[in-house]
Design a protein around this ligand. Structure first.
Ligand code: CP
Ligand code: NVA
Length: 310
């Protein structure tokens, strides 16, 4: 059974085909493909979502399948039914699971206990669908048919702000997989969970990033400047402290100008203008934030088409 819980669940050699399929869906060449025909895919969400929920629901529908959205608190999982039993029961009804939750171990357990593909739609540890959409967005600009993924190799991404969050972790995994360099800047004390460095080591990427507390050092020679919210879902109690210590890390026009002249600005969204990024940067010609959001749909359709069992 094939799952997508982390970036490395795809081999590098598979990525060109995956991106090419996403491009087919995007350009309309693949619009008649219905690899999920007759299937129902359940989506268990324990956190809020705009992009992920809508792009998966639309994507499943466009692939010929039926999306079934399940708020965690509306099913017995929210009242303590075990993950193992939930996975076994849902495997009897539906053909795939898309899961957004807190503890990454939960998606791993659903994948291990069920008999259907599981897709990680964000955990506290990783957000791989976002990073594949981001990478596809960059490859559209830098690459050409037959060399989409290769166009990422050697490029540098700078992640500024909450360097221990799920999107930062996933970009570290992704950068190592794609052959990119990654430099992160943020305040000390907001490191990734220890399990992330263990995971990175298991994937053969130990130490595969640079970290600095100087955002200008991180963005030097960068092809991409990336940020995410300072207060991720589940961290709301730390809001005041996070805003205080992360305020030197706002992506301003001056910081973006310190990267390469043609560098792109990216953000997974939702954005908090005036905190992690200024409105001017969000609206600037270098900002490709809405292409990233759109590409969630196309790359996730390619991922589901790859994972679906016929
Ligand atoms: N980027 C992203 O995952 O957005 P949502 O939280 O709206 O799904
Ligand atoms: N780091 C953010 C990403 C939202 C898409 C969060 O987890 O809330």
């Amino acid at each position: 059974m094939r799952h997508f819980l982390k970036e490395t669940d795809f081999k590098y050699s598979e990525l060109e085909g995956l991106f090419a399929l996403a491009r087919e869906f995007k350009t309309g060449r693949g619009r008649h493909a219905t690899p999920l025909a007759g299937q129902t895919w359940a989506m268990i969400f324990s956190k809020s979502s705009t992009r992920t929920r809508v792009s998966f629901e639309v994507g499943i529908h466009e692939l010929g399948g039926n999306p079934l959205f399940l708020n965690r608190n509306d099913i017995q999982l929210g009242r303590g039914e075990t993950i193992a039993d939930t996975a076994r029961v849902l495997s009897r009804y539906v053909h795939g699971l898309v899961v957004r939750t807190f503890d990454h171990a939960e998606v791993e357990q659903l994948a291990a206990q069920g008999t259907i593909p599981v897709i990680n739609a964000l955990t506290d540890l990783l957000h791989p669908c976002q990073i594949f959409a981001d990478a596809f967005t960059l490859a559209e600009r830098w690459g050409r048919d037959g060399n989409l993924v290769g166009s990422l190799r050697g490029r540098k991404i700078a992640f500024v702000g909450d360097r221990g969050c799920n999107v930062a972790n996933s970009w570290i995994m992704g950068a190592n997989l794609f052959g990119m360099k990654i430099s992160l800047a943020g305040p000390p004390g907001f490191d990734a969970a220890p399990e992330f460095d263990q995971l990175l080591a298991r994937e053969g990427f130990a130490g595969g990033y640079e970290f600095t507390t100087d955002p200008y050092e991180a963005v030097r020679d960068a092809d991409v400047v990336y940020t995410d919210v300072w207060v991720s879902m589940g961290k709301e109690e730390e809001t005041a402290e996070r805003i205080r210590v992360m305020s030197p890390f706002t992506v301003t026009p001056e910081l973006l100008a310190a990267a390469k002249p043609d560098a792109f600005f990216m953000h997974c969204l939702p954005a908090h203008a005036g905190q992690e990024v200024t409105q001017t940067v969000l609206d600037s010609p270098r900002s490709i934030i809405f292409d990233e959001a759109e590409n969630r749909l196309h790359i996730q359709k390619a991922i589901m088409a790859t994972l679906a069992r016929r």
